[in-house]
Design a protein around this ligand. Sequence first.
Ligand SMILES: *Cc1c(COP(=O)(O)O)cnc(C)c1O
Length: 403
Amino acid sequence: MIKLPEDGNITGRDIGEAEMTLLKQVIESGTLNATKGTMVKKFTKTFAETYGVAHCHATTSGTASIHTALAVVNPEPGDEVISTPITDMGGITPILYQNAVPVFADVDPYTLNITADTIEPRLTKRTKAIIVVHLFGKPADMDPIMALSRKYNIPVIEDCCQAYFAEYKGRKVGTIGHIGCFSLQQGKHMTTGEGGMVVTNDPDMERRARLFIDKAWGYGDPRPDHYFLALNYRMTEFQGAVAYAQLGKVRKVVENRRRTALKLTDMLKGIKGLYLPESTPDSVHVYWKYPLIIDTDHFGHDVMEFSAELKSKGIFSAPRYIQKPAFMCEVLRDKRTYGRSNCPYDCPKRDGEKEIVYDTKSYPGTMKALEHVLVLPWNEFYTDEHVGYIAQSIKDVIKGFGK
Ligand SMILES: *Cc1c(COP(=O)(O)O)cnc(C)c1O
């Protein structure tokens, strides 16, 4: 049995001298806060340049980044925001914090991403934003989604927490919609433990994002004030230092993950009953994870059994990924929001609006996806030997199932 590198500790994270040197500079400078410091500024400026986007601002998490994006959109209480039922909850609860109602589009059962076809039937006159998640690092099909955005004049927020440097038709995800959001949490392509960024090319959106992250205080304005309701989502200089060092490594991380993932795809190609994640020149997958879609009828075993067999070989996969659609989690299912009000669902500002009902029957793609997906962990330190071991283990499990 082989021990695979893990993103939870140093076996699977490239954190060392470069981070230490910059952290030491921060400590020695005595400036730990980004308002007066230089590290966060240096990081965000360099990230924007590297990513080819006009503006980048740092936040305290991916969740804070999504919250910032929604505050930029500034929905009226009771408005609606479209998202996906298969994502991190941190991509959804900020909708409620801005007093908007999450409405879910179904996902494609093979890519697990929402599509223009599943989004359009969910649009109403109250839809104020669409959040598109590039799940596992696979770009969503953005052209038709941007066409919808233009047709109905609805901004698109791209959740790129799992998709650093993923490309759609030659463009980096996060720069196709109106605002892009990133996370620097421990397990992402680059990390500061916790942290995040928002990027945009729109100067008005940039200003509102910058303000929202910093209590909406108009630094540098002739007559600054606290202009609107906002929080403190400022990143520290410690995080800025580590982020800047990590930025020097992230493209290599993406390259390594892609190289080894494509190798696994080669090794598993042609096995009946397995659908493998696709990466094409038109859609560059960056493999935050490696999702396998398994034809459980063909194998006569479900993804739980698949996962248990892999575990006995030292491979810790996630069957069903998030287990259930986001709208079946208690917070959304029981509308546990503000006191006992059920707001914004039952907000008086929604008077006369159709009630939002979350019903699994309306989400065949989502239910099918969760039933068939087995998510393999992926890591930039995987070697050819690791990949060979993973491929052989999967083949052995299948053989054990008599297929
Ligand atoms: C990680 C993640 C988030 C939340 O990021 P945090 O930094 O954990 O708050 C949101 N959306 C997606 C798709 C994620 O993977």
